[in-house]
Write a protein that binds this ligand. Structure first.
Ligand SMILES: Cc1cc2nc3c(=O)[nH]c(=O)nc-3n(C[C@H](O)[C@H](O)[C@H](O)COP(=O)(O)OP(=O)(O)OC[C@H]3O[C@@H](n4cnc5c(N)ncnc54)[C@H](O)[C@@H]3O)c2cc1C
Length: 317
């Protein structure tokens, strides 16, 4: 089933969902599935699986020469989606990105999903290559999520890149990313919102937000979206803080602002065990407020760890 159908069927009741990240190549995949098993009691109707492009890593040759080689450190998005369907009977939401793909490769990737019976996609531009710093599309690929949405919508209408005759239409539900605190490259909120509106006009069915810790930022974002005529569900993305390092690490990576109350509480912690307690307590308060607001789903970025998310879900559902 599509994410939007799950939301409709819930009839105003907030759902629980999670995002998982494929493990680094060579690690044990069973650990990932075991780590999310305890969360299945909260009946997530869908589970997002991130997609990670190639990164250039330095390889030293016996001659001493250092060569940069492209390596995908976290492959397996499609395989993990198939396993999620088999093991947990949930609808997987594979992330589909522009970065590292030509349009033809995207078409084939989408066919893999279609053949597996996957009806959901989260359509994204993708992170820039770490070594490049700025996003560069692959030659023959898409530069923005808007372009990739158009390709998925075309396939949903039976239009392929090179076929003259109409193809059997796919049925992808399209989620997109939204940024309550603004995408870091956008010159201002208004500009960012214009492109978000464009994504919805082109065919996005719902929005999932970047993680945030200040609910007011989400409430303001929803208000601005609605004022602009963006009327699709806006799912809040959430992450319980669990280490002191995240106080500086998460703002650096995700361009977010922590509320002062949370910063002070984490700074007062003597160790990460105490930070985890603070994270759970704060997460419960944050989620209760979001449930009162009537959010369609509480969507948790698990990053392979379920303890804190489980305790929050137990307290609020
Ligand atoms: C919920 C969520 C899940 C994510 N999952 C992944 C993942 O699995 N893999 C991964 O690599 N990254 C992931 N990301 C990170 C994401 O790829 C980055 O934030 C990326 O920098 C932007 O992606 P986007 O789809 O929002 O881009 P876009 O919507 O393309 O926007 C990128 C920037 O360009 C502007 N813009 C948008 N459209 C246009 C246009 N047509 N012309 C000019 N400017 C435009 C926007 O305002 C924005 O500043 C995720 C992010 C979120 C919030």
């Amino acid at each position: 089933m599509k994410v939007t159908e799950h939301i409709q069927q819930a009839n105003g009741k907030s759902l629980f969902s999670i995002e998982i990240i494929p493990p680094i190549k060579g690690q044990n995949i069973a650990e990932l599935f075991d780590s999310i098993e305890p969360l299945m009691e909260f009946k997530p109707p869908f589970v997002d699986v991130t997609y990670h492009r190639e990164e250039l890593i330095e390889k030293k040759h016996p001659s001493g020469l250092i060569q940069k080689v492209p390596v995908r450190r976290r492959p397996g998005t499609v395989g993990i989606c198939a396993k999620l369907m088999e093991r947990f009977k949930v609808d997987p939401v594979p992330h589909v990105i522009c970065g590292g793909f030509t349009k033809d490769e995207t078409e084939d990737f989408l066919y893999d999903l279609h053949y597996l019976g996957i009806d959901n996609t989260l359509v994204l531009r993708g992170d820039p290559e770490k070594s490049a710093g700025v996003f560069k599309p692959k030659e023959g690929g898409h530069a923005y999520a808007t372009d990739l949405i158009s390709q998925v919508v075309d396939m949903n209408h039976g239009r392929l890149l090179h076929e003259e005759t109409e193809a059997q239409p796919t049925t992808f539900c399209i989620g997109v990313a939204g940024y309550p605190e603004k995408h870091f490259e956008a010159p201002n909120h208004a500009n960012d919102l214009r492109y978000l509106k464009r994504k919805v006009e082109l065919g996005a069915d719902y929005i999932v937000t970047q993680m945030f810790f200040d609910n007011q930022k989400y409430f303001d974002f929803v208000k601005r979206c609605r004022a602009e005529g963006i009327n699709v569900p806006i799912i809040p993305g959430l992450k319980p803080i669990s280490t002191k390092k995240q106080l500086t690490g998460l703002p650096r990576i995700f361009h977010l602002d922590f509320p002062e109350e949370l910063v002070k509480a984490v700074e007062d912690c003597k160790n990460d065990q105490q930070v985890r307690e603070v994270g759970v307590e704060f997460g419960i308060k944050q989620c209760k407020e979001l449930l009162d607001f009537g959010v369609p789903v509480l969507h948790f970025y698990t990053m392979g760890k379920s303890d804190s998310v489980k305790r929050i879900a137990e307290a609020v559902f």
